[in-house]
Design a protein around this ligand. Structure first.
Ligand SMILES: CCC/C=C/C(=O)SCCNC(=O)CCNC(=O)[C@H](O)C(C)(C)COP(=O)([O-])OP(=O)([O-])OC[C@H]1O[C@@H](n2cnc3c(N)ncnc32)[C@H](O)[C@@H]1OP(=O)([O-])[O-]
Ligand SMILES: Cc1cc2nc3c(=O)[nH]c(=O)nc-3n(C[C@H](O)[C@H](O)[C@H](O)COP(=O)(O)OP(=O)(O)OC[C@H]3O[C@@H](n4cnc5c(N)ncnc54)[C@H](O)[C@@H]3O)c2cc1C
Length: 652
């Protein structure tokens, strides 16, 4: 400990000393309890004490091949170290929660592990799509690393459009086998992590045929490499897709099939089955096959919280130790952290990271509830879970990428150096905008649910809890500048946007457009409505979960957490001030508010609750304080937040 303290920069130490809350308490809160902090630390200590996990040469000076080999070497050590720590006493939720805060892997792999897909999607797809026998057989092999796998869905021709996948699996009742083929180049699987050289098995999503009929897209467990030689199996073509912006150690690959035969029981048969004679028994809901994607979309919120947390920790520490310029003659150069513009860049990253953690825990709870319901055949809440997972995955990953890039810029020239790790973190975070469902496409999925809910509201029907606010708009009280008030304002905005979408869809269909064309013509508004809905969820969940979850915390810790809630809410109110200031009197679902909005001739409407909003600038110091209806974020509040946040990250 002494050795560590000796090298801590004086300025950084001073910032830490100013902390007014109990760091251990906040850490335990984020981990989900002292017990989990202890387990996490135990893992970290084991991993970080291993000399072999340190790179002799930085990754960026290695060739593509060397980087991969180094990553495999470290992945093996990581497994040997952590594989034995699996804790069977934890519930599924607790395991997931612990995994969320597990940052060891990101500390060891700058560009992720080649076994990433093995641990995440491969294991989960067996869990979610395999029948009992298949789960028992395969999960043991997966956990023991007897096989290494990945999830092969995306093809060269289609990533988004799953129903358009071209890989075929045709059932042959004579031999009781499926025959896998890639009829065209565009049918080649393209992207799966670990596929290039690492995996010897994978779950392949393929268009399935039996008795000459399509049975939709189904998952298959396929052995792609010989377990002894690691060479491709007969009828299997494999390779690596090449260098990328990031993920260069994930070993993303391609895969093609030429009459590759697999036994019938390799189709994962929890939801749909093909009997020996070729009879197809359809799943009770075809979207159950997409379950693994929902699981990963939920976990992406946690990944964004961690990734953004790392970036903003690096940038905030740097801002504490970096000194630049001389605003006051004869005085030392200030820490750049003292510039309010710098605080404005960084603190929203800290607040957002916490908001994503809290939202992720909340979404996990819903995920586990829905999974239990599905197990007994109840699909009632699947659509809501899907709609939430899509828009939250898209909004958090999009925001996180912007905020990580802002952290990089906030470090000036040094942020451009690979040694800052910020460029690699950006490459990781921006990938989440694309993988597991491209963001625009995800927002449009949620928009489908919003449009449906808007129509149900118009007909006086009940809608899912997360969209219930759409029904309350007409009777909703005016909103104000409190956190709850701003959440109400966002609800009005989202409801207004949904109403505008409905009106637009109606206008286009009235003009003779098909439903699909009307959808496409309205899609920019649909995406905006979906994002607005995601903002409602993120803001309201952050606030309400904090209200409940922090009840047992000390006053000081609650104070700093609520400052983060306030900061997050006010930040987004200012970012979306245009939306909030639009008159929102036309949220009845039969009226086009687009037309009303076009007639609005100014930002500041008399009815607006932001009428007192001003931006004040202090000419003397050049420091701008934003005054929003009495809520002040100025130099008095920002340093308070940063001093406390500096000590809130456990890996310091
Ligand atoms: C670490 C990095 C690893 C990365 C790995 C990867 O990237 S792996 C690769 C990751 N790849 C991707 O993520 C690919 C992204 N693409 C997709 O997920 C799908 O192609 C799609 C959802 C965009 C469209 O699918 P489609 O054309 O089949 O459907 P549709 O639009 O016609 O809607 C029909 C109905 O289905 C509903 N519904 C849909 N999904 C779900 C669900 N999961 N659950 C429940 N419901 C769902 C939908 O709401 C709608 O309901 P409505 O309104 O009729 O009541
Ligand atoms: C780092 C990384 C890792 C990955 N790992 C895996 C993996 O392990 N396994 C796997 O199977 N896949 C993996 N993928 C693939 C990933 O899931 C796909 O890239 C993703 O689903 C997007 O599909 P696409 O690339 O075909 O993009 P496209 O769908 O072609 O998107 C291109 C553009 O078209 C737009 N677009 C497409 N359809 C629509 C629509 N209906 N409406 C409006 N706009 C539309 C999109 O918004 C986007 O702007 C990975 C990808 C990346 C980047």
């Amino acid at each position: 400990m002494d050795a560590v303290n000796k090298v801590i920069n004086e300025d950084l130490q001073k910032e830490r000393d100013k902390c007014k809350f109990n760091v251990a308490e906040l850490t335990a809160f984020l981990d989900g309890g002292d017990k989990f902090t202890q387990k996490r630390r135990e893992k970290e200590n084991r991993v970080f004490s291993i000399q072999g996990l340190r790179d002799a040469v930085p990754d960026e000076y290695m060739s593509h091949k060397e980087r991969y080999e180094n990553a495999v070497r470290k992945a093996v050590i990581m497994h040997q170290t952590l594989g034995t720590l699996e804790d069977k006493t934890l519930t599924e939720y607790e395991t997931a929660r612990l995994a969320l805060r597990a940052t060891t892997s990101s500390a060891i792999f700058k560009e992720n592990s080649p076994l990433m897909l093995h641990y995440s999607m491969f294991a989960n797809v067996i869990e979610g799509q395999g029948d009992e026998k298949q789960r028992e057989y395969w999960l043991k092999k997966i956990n023991n690393m007897e096989i290494i796998g990945t999830y092969a869905q995306t093809e060269l021709g289609h990533g988004t459009f799953i129903r358009g996948l071209e890989t075929t699996a045709e059932y042959d009742p004579k031999t009781e086998e499926f025959v896998l083929n890639s009829p065209k180049l565009t049918a080649y699987k393209w992207w799966p992590g670990g596929l290039a050289h690492t995996a010897n098995h994978c779950v392949v999503m393929a268009h399935t045929y039996s008795q000459g009929k399509s049975c939709g897209i189904q998952p298959f467990m396929v052995q792609i490499r010989d377990l002894e030689t690691n060479m491709p199996m007969k009828g299997v073509k494999l390779g690596e897709i090449g260098a990328k912006l990031g993920f260069n150690t994930v070993n993303n690959g391609f895969l093609g099939f030429e009459n590759h035969r697999i036994p019938r029981d390799r189709m994962l048969m929890k939801n749909s089955q093909i009997l020996k004679d070729g009879t197809f028994i359809s799943s009770p809901n075809s979207k159950l096959t997409y379950g693994t994607m929902v699981y990963i979309r939920v976990s992406i919120l946690g990944t964004m919280a961690n990734t953004l947390g790392r970036a903003v920790t690096i940038a905030t520490r740097y801002a504490a130790v970096r000194r630049q310029s001389q605003p006051k003659p004869n005085e030392p150069e200030p820490q750049i952290l003292d510039y309010v513009t710098q605080q404005h860049k960084l603190f929203i990253g800290i607040a957002s990271s916490h908001a994503y953690y809290i939202s992720c825990f909340w979404l996990w709870t819903l995920y586990h509830r829905v999974t239990k319901e599905l197990a007994v055949g109840n699909m009632d809440n699947l659509a809501e879970l899907h709609a939430l997972a899509c828009c939250l995955k898209a909004t958090t990953s999009a925001d996180a990428a912007v905020l990580v890039e802002r952290c990089r810029l906030a470090c000036g020239g040094h942020g451009y150096m690979l040694s800052s790790n910020l460029p690699q973190i950006y490459a990781n975070v921006t990938a989440a905008n694309t993988y597991e469902g491209e963001n625009t496409v995800m927002l449009l999925q949620t928009a489908r649910a919003l449009v449906k809910a808007g129509m149900q509201v118009a007909q006086g029907q009940k809608v899912s809890p997360s969209m219930a606010y759409l029904a309350d708009q007409s009777k909703m009280a005016k909103w104000d500048s409190s956190v709850d008030g701003i959440v109400k304002g966002f609800q009005k905005v989202a409801a207004g946007k949904v109403a505008a979408c409905l009106a637009s869809l109606q206008r286009h269909t009235n003009n003779g457009q098909s439903a699909e064309d009307a959808w496409n013509l309205t899609s920019v508004q649909l995406v905006a409505a979906s994002e607005a809905h995601a903002r409602v969820i993120l803001l309201s969940v952050f606030k309400s979960e904090m209200d409940v979850q922090t009840l047992t915390l000390s006053g000081e810790t609650r104070t700093v957490l609520f400052q983060l809630v306030q900061l997050y809410t006010i930040y987004w109110a200012l970012e979306k001030v245009g939306d909030l200031l639009l008159p929102t009197t036309t949220t009845t679902y039969s009226v086009s508010i687009c037309d009303t909005a076009m007639r609005c001739d100014g930002w500041m409407d008399e009815t607006s609750l932001f009428e007192k909003s001003t931006i004040q600038t202090s000419a003397r110091t050049g420091i701008a304080g934003l005054v929003l209806s009495g809520l002040v974020y100025d130099s008095a509040v920002y340093p308070e937040l940063v001093h406390q946040s500096l000590t809130s990250w456990p890996l310091q």
